[in-house]
Structures are given as structure tokens and as C-alpha cells.
Write a protein that binds this ligand. Structure first.
Ligand code: C2E
Ligand code: CA
Ligand code: CA
Length: 563
């Protein structure tokens, strides 16, 4: 249709007037070869042909891409398919498609009319007329957009993001969530108005980042989400800069964290995709140094347990769900009780018992162990005090203290204060420090020295598990060496027995007492006694027991004059 004769123009004009649209966007399509010609309709009614050879598919797809609001793109694409149009026009003269576009934050309504015409004698041809229906409304007014920030509401985000992914099944997508740290503080410190400003600013920066091919929504008070076609180096090239940009330019000082789930698995629900990105943000909530985190595969059981332990820690302290169990220590020669070790357990409200091997490593990682250790220390002091004040015979109860607690500022002073508060002699609560925590660490040595100088009795726990056990005996200021179960298990093996003998002589040479832990059999006990081990702790004599059971055991032994 390079050129249409005047007659045809007259004819087209008539049709166009009949369409009742006021537009210059009128195109003729030659359906047989798929070529498109544009008609400019103005007062002097001149036609022109598109200079570039343009084919219907390219033309219409570009038009839809640039104009149609994304949630309608798929449907509009389908209805504009050339064979579909021809089919529609086979038994009627016109058909319409309604669609919306967004320009300058405003939603516009359009109608696309297809009219069967015979342009310059070609039978397979039709006109397309794009008309604006002038029923615009501002984007901000619609319920789909968050009033304050203008981005989509949570529900609208879900709808649009889903439609976008469906419309482009071949495109890989990334989901990013950003979260303002302690946003409530902004409101408290600067007022709600400033809080609003900060949110609007953050949303705008995030929108820029997502650009036009992304869908962005507000997930919660101070949390935004976006879906974008996958970008390589998303973290280094994108999110990190975005966060720096927000933090640098925000109206007040804020900290922003981001989590992302890239190349989403589109077979899972969108809500799960978002949860994964959320999980990623949460994983760095308390890490001052980290700004961005990716989602790393499905949540492992271990990770969930970790999160649940951490989340329940405060409650457990408050509700006294951490219980202290006591494992008696016996004099190897007399078989009399000489003390006990405090071992913590976590008893849930439903009564399930979790052993320290499960939660201590987690609390060691995140630092909560410092509070737990102190809690155990205090509880032990409380229990001892009860008997001490009544003039009962009181034996020392040792408490485990982790490396993190040792490092923690002021631990020595605080523990001393607790003892003073209860009025207990310091030697009633020895501290067990693990060998592996001590040997390579000069600070631990220093702290151990501090503890010693403050008057604490120090037991070196887990002896035999470290690299240079024998030399650690030499280097630390200690009172008791506690031989680990793994060495006790060597009993019966010649080399192992030799090592045990030498360790005990060395300890005795340094004037330390020796206790063997994890003693389970008569054979082990007898051998240990034969090589002058001073004390025995292990299932052979007694397992760890509740406080009530310990008191009961004491009563019994006292009555039998065996303490
Ligand atoms: P640990 O300090 O070496 O405590 C000895 C562990 O060996 C205890 O396990 C005890 O129940 C177990 N045990 C004692 N005798 C035997 C025996 O004859 N056979 C066997 N197989 N095991 C025996 P538990 O109570 O599960 O504690 C595990 C670890 O958790 C402790 O090892 C200690 O490192 C840590 N832990 C426990 N309570 C605390 C605490 O309050 N603070 C800190 N920082 N760590 C604690
Ligand atoms: Ca111990
Ligand atoms: Ca031990």
C-alpha cells in the first residue's frame, strides 16, 4: 500500500469518521502480506505511507510493549494476533479491544478498533484506529497504589508481578526486598512526617532502580519489593549502589538492608518467592556490616532450628525454660561426692528436652551464650545460697563458661558481683574453660589470669581435644585439669593408657588436680584410680540430674554418712 488513490482516501475518511474516533493513529494493514501503512488524518486530509517497511507483527508488538499496561499485555497481544484479527473480521465489519496505558503516573483508557475495509482494491485489508477515551485518572488515586509512596499495594503487586511473569514465561526474574532498619526510630526521633518523607524517598529511589520493566510494591510499613527481569551482577552492580544511594541521600540517617532471590523458580507461588527474599534480608538484620544477602537455596532444617532457637531465647530466659542439671563428681579413692557440674538444658513448655549440644553452638555464634552463661552462673549461685544460708554442707558446683563470655567486657567483674550479691565464697563456683578456647588465644590467657587473680577456681575442660594439650597445661593458670571423654575411651589401648598416665603426672607435677569425665565402665574407673586420677565424673557413677534429684541424692548420702 505504498500509495492509495484519492478515492480510497475519501473512502477511508468516511470510515474513520464513522468510527467516531478523534485520532491520528490510524493504520492500514494489508493482511495478505502483513504490511502496515500509517494514515495521518488532518484537515487537509493527506495520507502518507510509513517510510520503513513495517510488518504488522513487529508493529503491533512494539506498540503493545510501549503502550499497554503490563497486566493487559498478554491478552492484548493475543487479540491483536493477525490470524485472530482476520478471523474476527471474517463475519463482522468491526471489533474492539479496550486497554489501558500509564503516562506520567496517570492511567489512560484506550480503544483499538479494527475495521474491515477494502483499501485500494485489496480485499484482505483492514484499518486499525487507536483512540484515547480520555477517561484518565491519576495513578495515585487508585486503590492499587499505596497512598503515601505511589508504588503498588501488596495485593496489587502480587497481581501485577504474577501477570508479568505469566506474560513472559521465557524471561528469568529476580525478586528484591529492601527494608529500612529500625524505621520506627525515625518516626520517634523525627516525627511521623519525616517518617513519611523517608518512605516516599526510599520508594522513589527503589522505583528508579527497578525502572520501567520492573514491578514494585510496598510489602509492609518499611519494606518494599520489586520484580525485575534478571540482571547479572545484581548485587555488586545494582543493589549495593542503590543502598548506598538511599543511605547517602535520604532526608535523615537510615540503614537499609536488602535481600534478593534471583532467577526465581517460577513453578513456586509468588508468595514463596517473596518469603525467600525476605528470609535473605532477615538473615542479615543484626549484622552491622552486611547490607545485601542472597537467598541461598531452600531453608535447611538446621537454619530453621537456629532461627527458632534465637527467636525463643528471651522467652526461655523469662519463663525459666532453661533448666540446670547437675552431674556429681566423685573422689576416685573414697567414691564420695566432692562436687558437681552444672549443665544446662532447654525444656520447652510442652516438656521436650533439648540438649546443650544443639543450642550452645548456635548461641556461641550469635553471642547469646554470654547471657545464657551468666544466667546459669546466677541460678547455680541461687541454688547454693539456699543451702549455704541453712548451714548445710555445700559442695562446689562448677559452671561452664564459653570463649565468648570470656571475651565479653566485664565478665569477671559481673560474676564477682553476683557472688558478692549472694554472699558466697568464690571457691564454691569453679569455672570450666575449654582447652581449645585457650591455647592459641593470648587474650584468653590474659582473661584466665584475670579470673585467677580475682580468686576463681579454674578447671581446664576437654583436656586432650586440642592441638597441644600438654603444653596448655603449662601455659594457663589453672587449678584442675579435666580429661576429656575421648581420652578415657582409649583405656584398654596401650598407647592411650600411656598418654593418660603422662598427662596425669604432668598435671600433678604442676600441682593441679585431675578429673576424668565421661567415665562409663568399671574398667575405666579402676584404671584411672590406679594411675592416681583424683576425681571421676561419668555415667558409671551418676548421670546429670535435675536439681530435685540432686537434693534427694544428697539427703540419702548424708543419711548414710557418705558425704
Ligand atoms: P562438657 O562441659 O564437656 O560436659 C560434659 C558432657 O558430657 C555433658 O553433656 C555430660 O552430660 C556428658 N557426659 C557426662 N558423663 C558422661 C558419660 O559417662 N558418657 C557420656 N557419653 N557422656 C557423658 P551435655 O550436658 O550434653 O553438655 C554438652 C556440652 O554443652 C558441655 O560439654 C558443654 O560444653 C556445653 N554446656 C552445657 N552447659 C553449658 C553452659 O551452661 N554454658 C556453656 N558455655 N556450655 C555448656
Ligand atoms: Ca564442662
Ligand atoms: Ca568436657
Amino acid at each position: 500500500m505504498e500509495n492509495t488513490g484519492n478515492q480510497s482516501i475519501e473512502y477511508l475518511l468516511e470510515v474513520i469518521r464513522a468510527l467516531g474516533v478523534d485520532t491520528s493513529d490510524i493504520f492500514g494493514v494489508n493482511a495478505s502480506d502483513g504490511r502496515v501503512t500509517a494514515y495521518k488524518i488532518s484537515d487537509d486530509t493527506r495520507d502518507f505511507a510509513l517510510t520503513d517497511e513495517l510488518y504488522y507483527e513487529d508493529f503491533i508488538n512494539k506498540y503493545i510493549q510501549e503502550n499497554v499496561i503490563f497486566e493487559e499485555k498478554v491478552a492484548v497481544e493475543r487479540m491483536c494476533d493477525l490470524s485472530h484479527v482476520i478471523n474476527e473480521l471474517s463475519d463482522k465489519d468491526t471489533f474492539h479491544i479496550h486497554f489501558k496505558s500509564i503516562r506520567n503516573d496517570e492511567k489512560h483508557y484506550h480503544i483499538l478498533k479494527f475495521v474491515k475495509v477494502n483499501i485500494s482494491g485489496e480485499s484482505d485489508s483492514f484499518l486499525m484506529a487507536f483512540a484515547s477515551m480520555d477517561k484518565s485518572e491519576t495513578k495515585k488515586k487508585t486503590a492499587e497504589n499505596d497512598e503515601l509512596t505511589g508504588v503498588l499495594t501488596r495485593q496489587a503487586f502480587m497481581r501485577y508481578a504474577m501477570a508479568t511473569m505469566k506474560a513472559h514465561p521465557e524471561t528469568p526474574y529476580d525478586i528484591i526486598i529492601i527494608d529500612i532498619d529500625r524505621f520506627k526510630l525515625v518516626n520517634v526521633m523525627y516525627g511521623d512526617r519525616m517518617g513519611d518523607n523517608v518512605l516516599a524517598f526510599t520508594a522513589a529511589a527503589f522505583s528508579d532502580f527497578c525502572s520501567s520493566d520492573g514491578v514494585i510494591g510496598r510489602l509492609g510499613a518499611d519494606r518494599f519489593v520489586c520484580l525485575i527481569p534478571h540482571r547479572d551482577n545484581l548485587e555488586e552492580d545494582g543493589i549495593v549502589k542503590l543502598i548506598d544511594d538511599i543511605q547517602k541521600n535520604a532526608p535523615v540517617n537510615i540503614t537499609v538492608k536488602a535481600g534478593y532471590y534471583d532467577n526465581v523458580d517460577e513453578r513456586i507461588p509468588l508468595s514463596t518467592m517473596c518469603e525467600r527474599a525476605l528470609l535473605a534480608v532477615r538473615s542479615i538484620k543484626d549484622h552491622a556490616m552486611l547490607k545485601v544477602a542472597p537467598y541461598n537455596g531452600p531453608v535447611s532444617h538446621k537454619h530453621m532450628r537456629k532461627q527458632s532457637f534465637e527467636a525463643n531465647f528471651e522467652n526461655a530466659i523469662r519463663e525459666k525454660s532453661f533448666k540446670i542439671w547437675y552431674q556429681p563428681k566423685y573422689d576416685a579413692k573414697t567414691r564420695k561426692i566432692v562436687g558437681a557440674e552444672a549443665l544446662v538444658r532447654w525444656i520447652s513448655p510442652t516438656g521436650t528436652l533439648t540438649s546443650p549440644g544443639e543450642f550452645i553452638p548456635i548461641f556461641e555464634e550469635d553471642g547469646l551464650i554470654v547471657r545464657l552463661d551468666e544466667y546459669v552462673f546466677r541460678t547455680v549461685c541461687e541454688n547454693l545460697k539456699y543451702w549455704y544460708d541453712r548451714g548445710a554442707k555445700v559442695l562446689p558446683i562448677s559452671v561452664n563458661i564459653s570463649r565468648a563470655s570470656l571475651h565479653y567486657e566485664g565478665t569477671v567483674l559481673r560474676y564477682k558481683k553476683i557472688l558478692e550479691e549472694f554472699g558466697l565464697p568464690i571457691e564454691l563456683v569453679p569455672l570450666e574453660i575449654t582447652e581449645s578456647a585457650s591455647i592459641k588465644d593470648d587474650r584468653i590467657k590474659k582473661l584466665a589470669k584475670e579470673l585467677k587473680e580475682a580468686g576463681f577456681v579454674i578447671h581446664m575442660d576437654d583436656f586432650g581435644t586440642g592441638f597441644s594439650s600438654l603444653s596448655s597445661i603449662n601455659m594457663l593458670p589453672i587449678d584442675v585439669v579435666k580429661i576429656d571423654k575421648s581420652l578415657i575411651d582409649y583405656i584398654g589401648d596401650e598407647g592411650g593408657e600411656e598418654l593418660l598416665k603422662h598427662s596425669i603426672s604432668l598435671a600433678h607435677f604442676k600441682k593441679y588436680k585431675v578429673i576424668a569425665e565421661g567415665v562409663e565402665t568399671e574398667e575405666q574407673y579402676k584404671f584411672l584410680k590406679s594411675i592416681d586420677c583424683d576425681m571421676i565424673q561419668g555415667y558409671y557413677f551418676a548421670k546429670p540430674m535435675s536439681y530435685e534429684d540432686l537434693v534427694e541424692l544428697f539427703r540419702k548420702l548424708l543419711a548414710e554418712n557418705r558425704i
